[in-house]
Design a protein around this ligand. Structure first.
Ligand code: LMR
Length: 335
């Protein structure tokens, strides 16, 4: 049995090194990095910085092509494209992995993480790191977490209390947790690709959405959403992913350099994401396009109480160990 395993491993190694070798023989290894947001967002900037550093340090060995704004693949077909080798790197929102692992649903639970610092702590600890490897058997390897920011609720009417959302249709990412969250408000969740959100809100196909400030501003969603409530009710972060067959097929020395670059880019993205979101919040405010509704403690608590029952619905799927690890990262004591 052991002999057989070694034979399979040796064969796999030959195949991988041969394909990596031929990739180098025929020119640089090409990494097509596709994403759905604008360049001027934490993820967009991260992709461009990755390209720049790879060009500086691995010239002739690796070439990076960045495709922003769903220009190569959209969020509905990007994961299949990764498996098929049409793209080599993606950074989908953590809400978009539901078909591959239920554990990552932890990130969609409303009011679980108090702020981005808490999310950061979870991602750095053992359980958070383990989740990067939770989809390898499905052909997806997690290379890093990248922050965007906390989500805000926008709508065509003012949302002060949870009851104000009742009856409205909200665009959501394809996530069972996010669907349950809006059902909890007696609102209707509507799955829609990111590239269609502006149009959906403009035409009234949906009346509301949840996004970090940077996604609202860079896609001009504020121009079609007269009210934005600063709920910070959940997080929208990313996992930088690749296809394990591709990734482990890269010659070791080159891969080590790429991993170092990823660490550097991750540090930069995660350091600047919060200030980028804050800057976009201020741009939206000074543009006068939308009224920004700031919640007082009592109102925020009402939103929390309205959404929190969602946790119990998903606890079993996510796993008690992951739930427990996430619940100890908040610093503030709660009333
Ligand atoms: C969304 O679909 O709202 C986000 O996942 C877009 C993104 O990548 O930030």
């Amino acid at each position: 049995m052991l002999k057989k395993l070694f034979a399979v491993a040796a064969c796999a190694m030959t195949i991988t090194s041969t394909s990596a070798f031929s990739a180098q023989q025929n020119g640089p290894i090409v990494i097509k990095f596709a994403h759905v947001v604008a360049d001027d967002t934490p993820k967009g900037q991260g992709a461009l910085l990755f390209k720049k550093l790879v060009e500086e340090r691995l010239e002739g060995k690796v070439a990076v092509e960045v495709y922003a704004n769903s220009s190569l693949v959209g969020d509905a077909d990007e994961m299949q494209a990764l498996k098929d080798g049409k793209v080599q790197m993606l950074a989908p929102s953590l809400a978009k992995f539901g078909a591959y692992t239920k554990q990552l649903q932890i990130y969609d639970l409303p009011f679980l993480f108090d702020d981005l610092d808490a999310v950061n702590r979870f991602q750095k600890r053992a359980k958070g790191r383990q989740l990067l490897r939770s989809m390898e058997d499905k052909g997806i390897i997690g290379l890093a977490y990248w922050h965007n920011g906390m989500k805000q609720l926008s709508a065509n009417k003012a949302l002060h209390m949870p009851a104000d959302a009742a009856g409205l249709k909200f665009r959501i990412q394809p996530s069972d947790v996010l669907s349950a969250q809006f059902n909890q408000l007696s609102a209707s969740p509507e799955i829609m690709p990111f590239s269609e959100v502006f149009k959906g809100l403009q035409t009234g196909a949906v009346q509301g959405a949840e996004n970090p400030w940077s996604n609202i501003y860079s896609k001009k969603l504020n121009t079609v959403q007269p009210y934005i409530t600063e709920t910070n009710h959940g997080v929208l972060d990313y996992m930088l992913v690749s296809n394990p067959t591709f990734w482990y097929g890269i010659p070791h020395a080159t891969r080590v350099v790429l991993e170092g670059i990823i660490d550097e880019v991750t540090y930069s993205v995660n350091r600047h994401a919060e200030e980028a979101n804050l800057a976009d919040r201020n741009r939206i405010e000074s543009s006068g396009s939308s009224q920004i509704i700031v919640l007082d403690d009592q109102q925020r608590q009402a939103w929390r109480e309205a959404m929190k029952p969602v946790w119990a619905q998903f606890e079993q799927e996510i796993g008690a160990d992951v739930m427990k690890a996430a619940q100890i990262v908040n610093r503030k004591s709660r009333k």
